[in-house]
Design a protein around this ligand. Structure first.
Ligand code: ADP
Length: 297
């Protein structure tokens, strides 16, 4: 996997009916884990479908190692792993049978296919359950089968679209660890609207709001943007509705002496408010909730 460069130049997508789902996105990506964050409707899935060569941009250009995906999609397709949001499995098949079937579809056969299926099953920790019917699997196990199928061709680009939706906290955690293990030399793009999904694993973050790219950089760079804007002080329970109305509230903690509120504000919001170190969640909230100028340098 010597080459791993995905380049987007002014990429846009417009559904019929004049809706701009993705607008003017320029990005240059190499090996690592990119967390693609954004609220529901931000355009993440639409962008992922273009990156996975399922649809073409209506404006701009995407290239993989210099090859334009619009005219030469196959170079990427051979080395692409994709877990779409609506990934379905055949409930009557075992994981081993299902992956064997998909390996054959991808052109692997015989001993090589068997070996690869075994490798992928062990990568996602499903060896012991490999011969059980998929219908009996939990949501988290099914998602791991989804990752296993995306890994069959040992992809240089792995795209996973909102993989943690519907998982319980334990499965969610397991899934995050799995993705960290898989990164290596590849480019992994993971979309989510939940900051903690990518907090520990992402080497870079891209934040989309309303179809546009609001931020691209390291998690630390995003956190730095909220420095001096996160405040905490203690209020009475009665004051909570008022504070919620007046400020961008990003947390509240009940304590014996009242409620400790955490607020994002450009200026000190209250005489007793203390500036605190921002966390990624604060910075993301600030970026997505403030106007378009928030992401500007
Ligand atoms: P996300 O994945 O961030 O939730 P999507 O890419 O699914 O965002 O959607 C981006 C925007 O495009 C939304 O406003 C959505 O309503 C719209 N959209 C998505 N799919 C279609 C479609 N097939 N036809 C028309 N509009 C769509």
């Amino acid at each position: 996997m010597s080459h791993c460069n995905l380049s987007l130049k002014s990429v846009g997508y417009r559904y019929s009916g004049n809706h701009h789902a993705v607008q003017d996105i320029t990005l240059d990506l190499g090996p690592g884990i990119l967390g693609l964050l954004g609220p529901n409707g931000a355009g993440k899935s639409t962008l992922m479908r273009m990156l996975a060569t399922m649809t073409r941009p209506t404006t701009g250009k995407i290239s993989w190692n210099g090859d334009d995906l619009a005219t030469a999609p196959n170079t990427l397709r051979h080395t692409l792993g994709y877990l779409p949001q609506d990934f379905g499995v055949y409930p009557a098949l075992s994981a081993r049978e299902f992956l064997g079937f998909l390996a054959a579809v991808k052109g692997l056969s015989g001993a090589k296919a068997k070996e690869r299926v075994d490798t992928c099953l062990s990568l996602v920790g499903l060896n012991d359950a490999a011969d059980r019917r998929l219908g009996e699997y939990s949501g988290g196990m099914r998602q791991r089968v989804g990752i296993a199928q995306a890994l069959l061709n040992d992809p240089a680009l792995l795209i996973v679209d909102e993989p943690t939706v519907g998982l319980d906290p334990e499965e969610r955690m397991r899934f995050r660890h799995l993705l960290t293990d898989l990164a290596g030399e590849r480019l992994v793009i993971l979309s989510t609207h939940i900051v903690s999904d990518v907090e520990a694993s992402a080497t870079s973050l891209a934040v989309m709001v309303g179809g546009a790219l609001r931020f691209h950089g390291t998690p630390d760079a995003l956190i730095a943007k909220a420095e001096g804007k996160v405040w905490e002080w203690t209020i009475t329970p009665e004051q909570l509705p008022e504070v919620r109305k007046a400020f961008m509230l990003c947390g509240s903690l009940r304590r014996p002496d009242g409620i400790r509120v955490r607020v994002i504000a450009n200026e000190r919001p209250h005489a007793e408010a203390q500036a605190v170190m921002p966390e990624l969640e604060d910075a993301y909230t600030w970026l997505t909730a403030s106007g378009p100028s928030a992401g500007a340098h």
